[in-house]
Design a protein around this ligand. Structure first.
Ligand SMILES: NC(=O)c1ccc[n+]([C@@H]2O[C@H](COP(=O)([O-])OP(=O)(O)OC[C@H]3O[C@@H](n4cnc5c(N)ncnc54)[C@H](OP(=O)(O)O)[C@@H]3O)[C@@H](O)[C@H]2O)c1
Length: 284
């Protein structure tokens, strides 16, 4: 059985559909139950649970549901995540805390809670898998996604450390790092989540199809060792952002562009939400 967080839209939904088509049993979650039902309610072998993975009580409840209803947990896909486009000085403090709670604390804590099950599965069948849906922002941190990038860089560090704890015991730890994907993330992150696919039309961010990321996630679950994947593959060039001379050039160029970055972010947010950009509240 596979647990996929955030299965009602975007990459998570594409992943649930992909895994269900392969005949896997899946438990997935989201906060909006109606949307979750619309997305996965008709899929055989898929259970949707209303849960907020940024909330400690809900994380425990989610894993209890997994154990109670589906038996052995073979893999976890840590997909649910949120972003917010704008300069740090324009971000409300509770928005920062919400993004860290979901993208970083939520990922680490859900992993901690699931780890005994994954280690048991690895012992019983020789493998178990954890896939973190990270971002190219884990490698190159760019405004207006500074806080988002920081959480994904945190996920990157977490995955590297965890690999060294569990690989020899049969748990593979993967990261899938997409460039821009055509999903609802910007609208949702700024507090205007679409209520249906029809509502999302015209408000999706530009990018590659979520199914391309789902294919790579499914590939990780069949891989013979832990993988770090960029989607598309050329987006792996973002790793160069951490090389000191490139890093210094980015510092120099971008630090003079704060006004333009703010304007750009504001325009993008307005397009996806219809609201004034830069100061909206995420996560509803
Ligand atoms: N889209 C991109 O360009 C892009 C690029 C790189 C990486 N990523 C990463 O890919 C992952 C998925 O993003 P996406 O673009 O598919 O986003 P999306 O279209 O906004 O979908 C997010 C999904 O996660 C759920 N979710 C959000 N907050 C949650 C919470 N607190 N608890 C439980 N479920 C929650 C949402 O449902 P509810 O709102 O109903 O809870 C929805 O099902 C994220 O980690 C994101 O950082 C995205």
């Amino acid at each position: 059985m596979v647990l996929v967080t955030g299965g009602s839209a975007g990459i998570g939904r594409a992943t649930v559909h992909r895994l269900a088509a392969q005949g896997m049993r899946v438990v997935t979650c989201a906060r909006d139950g109606a949307r979750l039902q619309e997305a996965v309610g008709s899929l055989p072998g898929v259970l949707g649970v209303v849960a907020d993975v940024a909330d400690p009580t809900d994380r425990t409840m989610l894993l209890d549901r997994v154990r109670g209803e589906r038996g052995r947990l073979d893999a976890v896909v840590l997909n649910a995540g949120a972003g917010w486009a704008g300069l740090l000085e324009d971000m409300p403090g509770d928005v920062v805390e919400g993004i860290v709670a979901l993208n970083l604390t939520g990922v680490i804590e859900l992993t901690r809670l699931a780890l005994p099950d994954l280690l048991r599965a690895a012992e019983e069948r020789g493998r178990a898998d954890l896939v973190a849906v990270s971002s190219v922002a884990a490698w190159t941190q760019l405004p207006p996604l500074t806080v988002y990038s920081a959480t994904k860089a945190g996920v990157h560090g977490f995955v590297k450390g965890l690999r060294r704890e569990v690989t020899a015991r049969g748990v593979r730890v993967h990261t899938v790092n997409p460039f821009f994907v055509s999903t609802e993330w910007l609208a949702r992150g700024h507090g205007h989540p679409p209520t249906s696919d029809a509502d999302a039309r015209g408000r999706l961010s530009p990018g590659i199809a979520p199914g391309r990321v789902a294919d790579q996630i499914a590939g990780c679950l069949a891989a013979s060792r832990s993988r770090t994947v960029a989607v598309p593959r050329w987006a792996g060039l973002a790793r160069l952002g951490a090389v000191p001379p490139v890093d210094r050039v980015l510092d120099r160029v971008l630090s003079g562009q704060a006004g333009r970055v703010r304007e750009f972010a504001s325009r993008q947010v307005r397009k996806r939400t219809g609201a004034a950009g830069g100061s909206d509240h995420p996560n509803r």
